[in-house]
Design a protein. Structure first.
Length: 312
């Protein structure tokens, strides 16, 4: 990626549900508009934050189609698509997701090969998937579920060189590994690496990441957009450091009982969505609620200090 290129926030979208567990499409409309109003330059639908592993195939397609409809061409949408017990079956669902109108279909790495299978097996299946999906633009997501399978810089370089991979959501949590991946894919304008690890947000952006795609964007997307816009502004170094420290200090409260905590936080922000989640999480106790309430207050103070306007 070019050094002076725009850095982008691509939110990993939540799925709002009604209290009875059905998808809340009105809530999804509000949430999609919320991301875009905050400054998101794209949308990542049907991902782990969307609770994709707890959606039927039809629900996956409905969510992606609805998101694209609401986005209305203002920003591109990408979505996970490699579901199925065989590579041929995964290729079929990739085509189904692509037919909804997404810019690229994202591949969860841990669905390609088992935890004990080699990189050689993994690589072979990826190329098989490439062959079965024509020229469909693809991306990778090192999703922690069902297990986390990281790509090496060597693997990523090989896949990106085919021209098929335009997106990579990195979850390695290792800034040196991120730098290696960026080094071997530098100069390829069609490809972008987006870091999911907020602790390394500024470091990744400075290293040349295309942007950020972290769950913190489901609490305060304006802050993530602000970082993407100011990370290299020497006149804002102090505030950039404050923002990074805030993200680092609050990792635990943001991850605990996620995505319920994110939905509760968004309720506090005025979004009329339920905290219902199909994902099994830690209990959302009064103690957890108190921590999220403090996070809300602390972010309000930070946003005032950084002159970040919060959307309503």
């Amino acid at each position: 990626m070019k050094e002076n290129a725009e850095r982008k926030f691509i939110p990993v979208m939540l799925t709002p549900f009604k209290d009875d567990g059905r998808i809340d499409f009105d809530g999804l409309t509000m949430l999609t508009e919320f991301y875009m109003q905050a400054g998101a330059k794209g949308l990542f639908a049907n991902c782990q934050s969307s609770e994709t592993f707890h959606l039927s195939d039809e629900e996956k397609l409905q969510i992606v189609k609805h998101t694209i409809k609401v986005a209305g061409g203002k920003v591109p949408v990408v979505a996970v698509g490699n579901f199925g017990t065989t590579i041929a079956a995964q290729a079929g669902f990739v085509r189904n997701i692509f037919d909804t109108g997404v810019k690229a279909v994202i591949i969860i790495t841990s669905l390609i090969a088992g935890e004990n299978e080699s990189n050689e097996v993994f690589d072979g299946r990826v190329f098989e998937l490439f062959d079965l999906t024509g020229e469909i633009p693809l991306g990778f997501y090192e999703c922690p579920e069902p297990y986390k399978r990281l790509l090496s810089a060597e693997q990523l370089e090989k896949f990106v060189a085919t021209g098929r991979i335009i997106y990579h959501k990195d979850t390695c949590l290792d800034i040196e590994m991120v730098k290696e991946k960026l080094k071997v894919t530098s100069g390829i304008d069609t490809f972008g690496l987006y870091d999911a690890y907020a602790v390394n947000a500024v470091a990744s952006l400075k290293a040349g990441a295309a942007g950020l795609s972290c769950i913190q964007g489901n609490f305060f997307p304006e802050l993530i957009v602000w970082l993407c816009n100011h990370f290299d502004n020497i006149n804002a170094t102090g505030n950039v450091n404050k923002a990074q420290q805030f993200l680092t200090d609050n990792m635990e409260v943001i991850h605990y009982a996620y995505p319920v905590v994110a939905k509760y936080y968004l309720q506090k922000r005025g979004l009329n969505i339920s905290t219902f989640s199909r994902t099994s999480t830690e209990a959302f106790t009064s103690a957890v609620k108190d921590k999220v309430d403090r996070l809300y207050d602390e972010y309000h103070l930070l946003s005032e200090a950084l002159a970040i306007s919060s959307i309503s």
